[in-house]
Design a protein around this ligand. Structure first.
Ligand code: TGC
Ligand code: FAD
Length: 392
């Protein structure tokens, strides 16, 4: 049987997921787990409290080959989708802010350049993004409603060898720290993607402050006022809304894995607390109600682990459909939110302190359940598969 020791790197692994992983996948997971345990976890409570993204960890993540890790060539590691998922799981065990950074850089910036970019764009940006010499962001959401990106109002108008970009984007991860923004805009021909470089006249970014969630992550607004973007910065292979939506599939896949890591961290802390806390002359873990609660957490985590493992194998086999990713993102984020909330409660008063991870993960999950498609959007995507007709 898999390990259930809260101090073990694999915990919980009740159905021996580790036994399904290749030697390479295990080695990658363990290397990231070491980085997370030694370098990230000790700093995350303070970063969350201070509302600071730990940017000093980014070069270390790049050195470990974590950015765009499943992509091939151009300085990317070319690991399996399951290995990439394990990377996301381990990063989010520390904090969703760390996983968010890696998700955006990998799935929302490197992926569209890799898939839709010109050779010149790939050569210029991918090695730099993999080494974290450049940081990227992804601008799709607009203030009037992120769930319906087809209704975007940001426009791109052709003018000689340039595109003139007007509009704004909001709730953009990495916005003010990005060297390049992948911006989606409406042109005469439909939705196009432009690489907008920091410092381009008319392009400004401003941070969104006062968040109660994802505090250890940079979230920004982007403004475009007659920004002239050369045509060579247009992603030539991207035409129509399907292009940005295919990027979302990549990021949602990583989130489905990441949510498992957040839930694992909460479960471990709940088990350790229940072992040590003595109430009514007995450790809490000996109480029927406590065991029922921990068993419930383990059930939810275990089913989520199998879901993403299967999803990853389907992805590697080229058989994954985006509605399956929706079901996994919905299920696993809901699972992590519920596990985090219950673990928070199990820890009693101490559980409201930043010193305990469940409340931080719980607050983060309120963003994670909203971004990359809200729970309702994913339910409607799965509903559309069942009914073969959309009800958005
Ligand atoms: P719809 O008609 O469904 O689709 C238009 C075209 O796109 C194709 N498609 C997809 N392709 C790949 N992956 C997907 N997930 C796809 N979903 C749809 C579809 O087949 C169609 O292709 P074609 O060739 O027939 O044209 O479009 P719709 O306008 O009806 O939209 C449907 C809906 C609601 C599902 C979509 O708009 C949606 O997913 N909305 C949610 C928006 C969202 O998730 N935004 C996320 C912004 S990025 C973000 O949050 C980053 S957080 C980062 C972090 O910090 O981790
Ligand atoms: P709305 O779309 O206005 O939704 C409001 C409510 O309506 C929700 O409860 C929703 O579930 C519900 N709803 C929507 N459609 C329906 C329907 N058809 N029927 C019934 N109910 C419905 N975006 C980016 O482009 N790039 C980023 O990097 C990025 N990073 C983010 C980081 C953070 C921390 C956060 C919080 C968000 C980020 N986002 C990003 C934005 C995110 O994708 C949007 O917030 C999300 O898509 C939802 O859009 P909205 O907030 O405008 O909510």
């Amino acid at each position: 049987m898999g390990t259930n020791n809260p101090h073990d790197i694999e915990s919980p692994d009740f159905f021996d997921i580790a036994g399904e992983l290749s030697a390479d996948e295990l080695a990658i997971r363990d290397a990231v787990a070491r980085f997370v345990d030694e370098r990230a976890i000790p700093n995350m409570p303070a970063c969350f409290e201070q509302g600071r993204f730990p940017i000093e960890l980014v070069p270390e993540m790049a050195r470990l080959g974590l950015l765009g890790a499943w992509l091939s060539d151009f300085g990317c590691a070319g690991v399996s989708s399951v290995a990439y998922g394990l990377i996301m799981q381990e990063l989010e065990r520390a904090d969703s802010g760390l996983r968010s950074f890696a998700s955006v850089q990998s799935g929302l910036v490197m992926y569209p350049i890799h898939r839709f970019g010109s050779d010149a764009q790939r050569k210029r940006w991918l090695p730099a993004l993999a080494r974290a010499e450049a940081i990227g962001c992804f601008g799709l959401t607009e203030a009037h409603g992120g769930s319906d990106p087809g209704a975007m109002r940001t426009t791109a108008r052709r003018s000689g060898g340039h595109w003139v970009l007007d509009g704004s984007k909001t709730w953009i991860t990495n916005g003010t720290i990005a060297d390049v923004a992948v911006v989606w805009a409406k042109a005469d021909t439909g939705v196009i993607g432009l690489l907008v470089e920091k410092g381009t006249p008319g392009f400004t970014a401003r941070d969104i402050e006062h968040k109660f969630s994802l505090r250890a992550s940079v979230t920004s607004e982007l403004f475009f006022d007659a920004v002239r973007v050369p045509d060579e910065n247009r992603l030539p292979g991207a035409s129509g809304l399907a292009a940005p939506l295919s990027c979302l599939t990549q990021a949602r896949y990583g989130i489905a894995w990441g949510a498992v890591g957040a839930a694992q961290a909460c479960y471990r802390e709940a088990v350790a607390f229940a072992r040590n806390r003595v109430l009514f002359d007995q450790p809490l873990i000996k109480k029927q109600m406590t065991q029922q609660r921990l068993a419930e957490m383990l059930r939810r985590i275990t089913t989520a682990q199998w879901l993403v493992l299967r999803l990853g194998r389907l992805k590697d086999a080229g058989r994954m459909h985006h509605s399956q990713v929706s079901l996994a993102k919905w299920n696993n984020v809901r699972m992590a939110l519920d596990v985090a909330r219950d673990a928070r409660d199990l820890l009693g008063a101490g559980g409201v302190s930043v010193e305990c991870c469940p409340i931080r993960h719980m607050l983060n999950m309120e963003s994670v359940i909203t971004y990359e498609g809200t729970e309702a959007v994913h339910q409607l995507i799965v509903g559309r598969e069942i009914a073969q007709t959309g009800a958005f």
